[in-house]
Design a protein around this ligand. Structure first.
Ligand SMILES: [Zn+2]
Length: 233
């Protein structure tokens, strides 16, 4: 009771805002307002058969993927872009955790937890990690772990070298760039495990593909991938 009065009082001075639309949240809402919860562009790819899943297709002939999942569709200038901007550039680590919890609970409800032994985030380069203070993919992984009730291994993958900016390279150069970057820190933790590799945004899928390939090479039984949002290529 006291705590709720205190929260209401704090809320008067510092209203909590919806992370997607910036409108004040009301009592009972956390991170996202009810309107945004209802209207975000969910992909529902986890409900599709694999051959109809558009992001699963991006990995055809490149990497065997069990499940290809994305919570949201990336829409430029929309609420999803705002959420990702808050997560990556405004220090709002909670956005990743909250979206992970929501999505994890949804995947758990459809029985998907049984298909994963471990959740592994795409690692951030140490320099970027030092600058941002957290890995946004790890925040998502932590939330997913909570919602799916599947453990997360936050230090399984390591990023070796500082990747140069991707934008000026062609596809082959980009692939070469990422393929050499990821290394499994402790193969003992991945051998025989079914791993869900997660990132904030999926565009070409090259980063997740490189991580998945490194995990399979280290002895993982199976790889699935999940992103907060997927963009058109
Ligand atoms: Zn909202």
């Amino acid at each position: 009771m006291l705590r709720s009065v205190w929260n209401d009082f704090v809320g008067l001075i510092y209203p909590r805002l919806c992370l997607a639309c910036q409108e004040p949240l009301v009592s009972g809402e956390n991170h996202l307002c009810t309107g945004c919860r209802a209207e975000l562009p969910y992909t529902d790819f986890h409900l599709l058969p694999p051959e109809q899943n558009p992001i699963g297709r991006r990995f055809w002939g490149k990497l065997p993927i069990r499940h290809a999942l994305s919570y949201l569709r990336f829409v430029r200038h929309g609420r999803v872009q705002h959420l990702l901007h808050e997560l990556k550039y405004q220090g709002q680590r909670d956005v990743g955790t909250a979206l992970g919890q929501l999505y994890g609970a949804e995947l758990h409800a459809t029985g998907l937890a049984a298909d994963f032994d471990l959740i592994v985030p795409v690692p951030l380069h140490p320099k970027k990690l030092a600058k941002r203070g957290y890995n946004q993919a790890a925040a998502f992984a932590t939330g997913l772990s909570d919602g799916l009730k599947v453990p997360a291994g936050l230090n399984i993958l390591r990023r070796n070298t500082n990747t140069k900016t991707q934008t000026k390279k062609n596809r082959a150069q980009r692939w070469e760039n990422v393929a050499t970057v990821f290394e499994v820190e402790n193969p003992g933790q991945v051998i025989g495990r079914r791993i869900l590799v997660v990132d904030d945004v999926l565009t070409t899928g090259a980063t997740l593909e490189a991580c998945g390939a490194a995990l399979l090479a280290a002895g993982a039984a199976e790889v699935s991938i999940a992103a907060i949002a997927c963009a058109d290529r």
